[in-house]
Design a protein around this ligand. Structure first.
Ligand code: BES
Ligand code: MN
Ligand code: ZN
Length: 491
């Protein structure tokens, strides 16, 4: 879907198959475009407000058939609640599902005068992500085509505002495609090729892919240990975005776990639900798409993205419980559980990002089942070594809609990761503080830099499939580092 801006002076002349007007939490009395639409519909909207059918709750939606007074055949009245970004996203999603029930090629949004670019952008995000379907493997597709155009009629909204939102949508939906793609259609090699294609399309973005040989030279023993059970070779995908003007001395390091299929390895997972583990690259997908988005929008922030990618499979060559491996930074790790593979591959990726010049880092990783139990599908777990940096990441999450809730780290947890035979263990059988354990482990590989870890096991995929969680958060963090956050939305 492509968005643009028009400025009809009169509601009657607005083109498109579906005209969208908005009502606030308290819709009565109708005002602005909603009141104009009501007049054109001979008071039908006001009567529906009076009998309680039209409500202002975010995402509640009623469709009216328009008469000769309007050019558009249908009018959707959608609630935008208190007008927060989340409320406008919900309104956009509601319009997306309305166009499924009654197909429309062109949707026209006439937002109320008090709204502006941020509200329009949030609506575009909701609509564009709401229209997403993963139909790559469906033959004989007879679903009606989704709308191809959104026209926003508002004097304070510029085409650049909605085009930017379109790019955000494309990146989020791109990450969802990667998460939804099964392991046989998205190997580490294919993910790397995808990153290379994005880089080729994006000015200022460069991609380098490290294979087994290069990883051996670097001593990436932790990533290589996870990869050794599979016939598919591992990849370390490195994206560099160097804008012409950037804050000097600041390099945002984004690290994303990309296990394209996690069977657990020798510590194999139960077969029930194992197919979901094609999503174990959700962190890497967010980092790749998020970095390409930051570059495509030309943010003045240097970014170094590092995505370690591998399969985790059992075989005669697979890493075994009890094996000791040496990570890139020289630390030895006793592998207690081969299913705790994410922290192993991230260990080497964090070391690599730090040594390649990242000045502060965030990793995105589908790391633990326990974070799903603790926080469900709504909040990612947020861990950090630096209070200020953690606060920045949390605030970026709130603003972007990719929510992250602070979880503790503490020296007193340190004994959990001690080993009797090596420097560290990757797991323990204590069944204590699983997500914290993982964060304490990762911290050992951050070279003392300000770092945050986002455990996105619950948020990267829901029952409806990949979410693209992390793309918008990464963008919002980059905006904060650039010192130019998007205009705030009223809350
Ligand atoms: N990829 C899984 C975590 C996961 C679980 C992601 C559910 C999404 C949904 C991870 O590699 C894993 O297996 N973690 C283990 C760690 C344990 C062995 C310490 C887990 O959570 O059970
Ligand atoms: Mn695992
Ligand atoms: Zn995993």
């Amino acid at each position: 879907m492509r968005s643009s801006v028009r400025n009809a002076t009169d509601l009657a002349t607005v083109k498109g198959e579906l005209l969208v007007v908005c009502v606030p939490a308290e819709p009565s009395p109708l005002a602005g475009p909603a009141a104009e639409a009501d007049a054109a519909l001979d008071g039908a909207i006001a009567r529906s407000v009076a009998d309680g059918e039209v409500k202002g709750e975010p995402g509640s939606l009623t469709v009216f058939h328009a008469g000769p007074a309007l050019r558009a055949p249908r009018v959707a009245v959608v609630g935008v609640g208190e007008g927060s970004a989340d409320d406008w996203r919900a309104a956009g999603r509601a319009v997306a599902s309305a166009t499924e029930r009654a197909p429309a090629k062109r949707v026209a949004l006439v937002p109320p005068p008090g709204s502006g670019p941020a509200e329009a952008a949030a609506f575009v995000e909701g609509l564009g992500t709401g229209l997403y379907r993963f139909r790559r493997f469906k033959s004989g597709d007879d679903e009606p085509a989704p709308p191809s155009r959104l026209m926003v009629h508002h004097p304070a909204v510029r085409t650049a505002d909605v085009e930017r939102a379109d790019r955000v949508v494309a990146a989020v939906n791109g990450a969802r495609d990667l998460v939804n793609t099964p392991g046989n259609h998205l190997t580490p090699t294919m993910l790397a090729a995808h990153a290379e294609r994005l880089a080729a399309q994006t000015p200022g973005l460069e991609c380098t892919v490290l294979g087994r040989k290069e990883l051996e030279k670097l001593g990436a023993g932790a990533l290589l240990a996870v990869a050794q059970g599979s016939d598919e070779p591992p990849r370390m995908i490195v994206l560099r975005y160097r804008p012409e003007t950037a804050r000097p001395g600041e390099v945002l390091g984004l690290v994303g776990k990309a296990v394209t299929f996690d069977s657990g390895g020798i510590s194999i997972k139960p077969s029930n639900g194992m197919e979901e583990m094609k999503m174990d690259m959700g962190g890497g997908a967010a980092v790749i798409e998020g970095t390409a988005l930051i570059a495509a929008l030309g943010l003045p922030v240097e970014v170094l993205a590092v995505v370690p990618s591998t399969e985790n499979l059992p075989s005669g060559r697979a890493v075994k419980p009890g094996d000791v491996v040496t990570a890139m930074n020289g630390r030895t790790v006793e592998v207690i559980n081969t299913d705790a593979e994410g922290r192993l591959i991230l260990a080497d990726a964090l070391t690599y990002a730090a040594r390649q010049g990242a000045t502060r880092m965030i990793d995105f990783a589908t790391l633990t089942g326990a974070i799903v139990v603790a926080l469900g599908e709504v909040y990612a777990g947020l861990f950090g070594s630096d209070e200020e940096w953690t606060a920045t990441v949390r605030a970026a999450g709130e603003a972007s809609g990719d929510l992250a809730w602070p979880m503790p780290m503490h020296e007193r947890y340190a004994p959990l990761i001690e080993s009797t035979v090596a420097d560290l263990t990757n797991s323990s059988n204590k069944r204590q503080a699983g997500p914290v354990y993982a964060a304490q482990f990762l911290r050992e590989f951050t070279e003392g830099l300000p770092w945050c870890h986002l455990d996105v096991a619950g948020t990267a995929m829901t029952s409806a499939g990949g979410t693209g969680f992390g793309v918008r958060l990464a963008l919002a963090v980059a905006e904060r580092l650039a010192g130019a956050p998007a205009p705030p939305v009223r809350t």
